[in-house]
Design a binder for this molecule. Structure first.
Ligand SMILES: Cc1cc2nc3c(=O)[nH]c(=O)nc-3n(C[C@H](O)[C@H](O)[C@H](O)COP(=O)(O)O)c2cc1C
Length: 340
């Protein structure tokens, strides 16, 4: 029904307006709780065989929602009822910010991909905490954190510490996003020195709490093997719990669009099927390098059960999806789990 009736209608409108509209609908159904059993019956697939424990958390199934769809934690309960094993909210920054000028989200329909340059549009971490406090289901929440655009990289640590402290008591794990291509120079934080400084500060802060939260690092697919080696060294040295691989790519290879069309889209990160292969390569490389000792959440171009298997075989312990939720609709998790 989604693919043949709803999607063709939604895809007639601009992607960000559709996102706003859809979130309005989701928030409505989340509020009216009598709909919850119906949504769960339609979309949730619970089975002991899907459960897995990773970095000390028991996940009901390995398929999570990737960061960026629910940036402000507005629809966490209903997204959980749609079958996701966990929801990663954010990226959130200490202070609310509007993100980049519109248009900033484009569909690559021929290749089932997206290009976005949202730029961390969000309502700020305090507002996110308010929303998470209203959660009434048991869905597992990851808090994906970033820095404000106006904060220079030299002061980025302060922003990440503010986010971590605000969210610590309300999320199950923390994801450090230093890999978005849409905040100027953010990806430079992936370099050895600033990354060591950042992760050391965050792990030390985490130790101040009685109950520590797993900290994960979300990385770009565009890193060289040398940079990936550095990341493995830093992850080991700082003792963080895992890696999320990968974010969107700045490459534009392998898509059926002309140079002019690609130019017209402009800057941004590409997601969906076009990033699948590279994301799997990064996961495989990291898994080999770490002898499978560091948990990896695999993300990038997962559309069906075979894609999930590919990521798990490459070394991922869990996976996340984003773009296929847009193309395949709310039944996508159930459909994948059925075939897993
Ligand atoms: C519109 C859009 C916004 C995104 N925003 C974020 C974000 O705020 N933080 C983040 O870590 N990743 C963000 N991502 C990246 C996704 O979480 C994911 O890593 C990437 O899209 C690859 O997965 P996919 O191919 O399943 O979409 C965004 C992706 C899209 C398409």
């Amino acid at each position: 029904m989604y693919k043949h009736i709803i999607r063709p209608i939604l895809f007639k409108f601009n992607p960000e307006s559709v996102h706003g509209f859809t979130f309005g609908v989701l928030r409505f159904f989340q509020k009216i709780r009598i709909f919850n059993p119906l949504i769960r019956a339609l979309y949730q697939k619970q089975d002991k065989k899907f459960e897995r424990e990773v970095f000390g958390i028991k996940f009901p199934n390995p398929i999570g929602l990737a960061a960026g769809l629910d940036k402000d934690a507005e629809a966490i309960d209903i997204l959980g009822f749609m079958g996701f094993g966990f929801i990663e909210v954010g990226t959130v920054t200490p202070v609310a910010q509007p993100g980049n000028p519109k248009p900033r989200l484009f569909r690559l329909i021929r290749n089932q991909g997206l290009i976005n340059r949202m730029g961390f549009n969000n309502n700020g971490v305090e507002q996110m905490v308010k929303k998470i406090k209203q959660k009434y289901s048991k869905v597992i929440i990851g808090g994906n954190i970033g820095k404000n655009k106006v904060t220079p990289n030299e002061l980025a640590v302060n922003d990440y510490l503010k986010d971590l402290n605000a969210l610590h008591d309300y999320v199950d794990y923390i994801a450090i996003n230093i890999s978005s291509p849409n905040t100027p120079n953010l990806r430079e934080l992936q370099n050895k020195e600033p990354l060591t400084k950042l992760l050391t500060a965050l792990t030390e802060e985490n130790k101040k709490y009685d109950v520590q939260k797993p900290i994960l690092l979300k990385i770009a697919p565009d890193l060289t093997d040398g940079q990936l080696d550095d990341i493995v060294d830093i992850v080991r040295a700082t003792g963080i719990s895992g890696i999320i691989a990968t974010n969107t790519t700045i490459e534009r290879g392998g898509i059926d669009y002309s140079e002019e069309e690609i130019k017209a889209f402009g800057n941004g990160g590409m997601s969906g099927k076009p990033v699948k292969k590279r994301s799997t390569e990064v996961i495989r490389y990291l898994s080999k390098k770490t002898n499978g000792e560091i948990p990896i959440i695999g993300v990038g171009g997962i559309f069906d059960a075979d894609d999930v298997r590919e990521k798990l075989e490459a070394g991922a312990s869990l996976v996340e999806i984003f773009t296929s939720f847009i193309y395949n609709g709310p039944a996508c998790v159930k459909r994948i789990l059925k075939k897993l």
